[in-house]
Design a protein around this ligand. Sequence first.
Ligand code: DQA
Length: 162
Amino acid sequence: MSRVVYVLNGPNLNLLGKRQPQIYGYETLADVERECRKVAQELKLELHFHQSNREYEIIDWIHEARETAGGVVINPAAFTHTSVAILDALNACEFPVFEIHISNVHQREGFRHHSYISARATGVIAGFGTQGYLLALRRLAFLIDANERSHPSPSRAGSNAA
Ligand code: DQA
C-alpha cells in the first residue's frame, strides 16, 4: 500500500483563521498544513495537501489519489452536505478515507447533520478542531503499516527471507 496520502480541503477553508473564528478557531490553513507535514514526516507518509473552492478540482485530486495513494483525509466543508459527485469519486477508490470536520457538525444547524461522504468514509472525526487532521493521518499510517505487515511488498519480503 502506497505511503502517499492526500489531505483535501473544500470551499472556504482557505479563509480558516479569519472566517467565524468562534467556530473554526484562529489557526490558518497554512498552520494546519505545517502541522500535517510534521506528522507526515514522523510517520513516513508522503503528503499532498490541497484546498479548492471548486468541486471539480477536489474530484480531480481524488482521481489522482486513486492512481497513487494509500489513503485520503478529506474535509469536504460545505460539499459534505451536497456532493454526490465527491461521494462517487471516493466510491471509485479502494483505499481508506477519513472525513474530518473542525467543528462538531452535529451540534450545529440541521442541514449539517447529513453527510454524503460518511456513507463511504472509513472513519469520521468532528469537533476535534484542527487536531482532527493529525488524528486522521495517524490512523491512516496505522492502517497502511498494518497492511504492509500482512501483505509485505516483494522487496521487503525478499529482505526478510534473506
Ligand atoms: C466544516 C463543517 C461544514 O458544515 C462547513 O460547511 C465547513 C467546515 C468543518 O470543518 O467543521 O465549511 O466541514
